[in-house]
Write a protein that binds this ligand. Sequence first.
Ligand code: RIB
Ligand code: CA
Length: 302
Amino acid sequence: MARIPIIIDCDPGVDDALALLLALASPDELEVLGVTAVGGNVALAKTQYNAQRILALAGREEVPVHAGSASPMLIDLHTTDVHGSDGIGGAALPEPTAPLASVNGVTYLNESLAARPGEITLCCLGPLTNPGLAICNQKNVLGDARRVVLMGGSSERGNVTAYAEFNFFVDPHAARLVFLSGADLVMLGLNLTRQVPITAARVAQIAAVGTRAAKAAQQMLTVYGRGDTAMHDPCVIAYLLQPELFSGHQALVDIEINDAERIGQSVVGDPTEIGITNALVLDKIDADGFFDLLCERLARLP
Ligand code: RIB
Ligand code: CA
């Protein structure tokens, strides 16, 4: 199978970190072209630094990290303490030895996708500010992506409010732009990711892998697992690696940006009523298969 070239846009974030490790441990299937950081779980200064540290942990510092937007498109940044004050649960990660890339993350998205139309899969693991700003630069930019596979939203309840999931709550305007962009979208919402909870047994399963990366994952998950207890972001990478672990349906998804109580809600319409769709909404995952994949790949890292 030909390797899939990907760019990972993220806000590490413990689950982002696990997603990065899963991708970096899969070089036969995934060519990680670059990582773009965004303000989200914690401030951009921390998310970019954490991304660099995860690459150092995986021994993959040849992958460039580009700093993107520090704040959402129109509103102030709303962070969370669920991942610890440093964003990675206080884990003892190596210091980066490679500098941040000089090109801004948004510019990097515009230039990379335009240079290889139809080839690159964009994996979005945080607020969608960077792709949203890339659309403002060039409205068809996401149409040049092979696919946009994103963790965000929910066809059920949210995790910040009753309605809104964190990534879409933090930047609802960027999320709406992405879902209006015409891109080939795959949405992994909370309705899916909550099927892979971070239980003590799963953390023990990861720790038993025994590698340095697995031990760091255990440290991160031990803190993160006390709060939002699901492996949200790694599901995006697992979908690229083993899509047979998932099932879903095409739907029309719109993002609420006006109602103050529901802002950031992903309204997943019934395609039989509406007739048009804009995303593949995944709604089932084989949880055991996911964790087996994650542990098998963590064992491949240093
Ligand atoms: O709601 C979960 C999502 O918000 C995950 O991507 C997590 O890292 C946070 O960014
Ligand atoms: Ca994230």
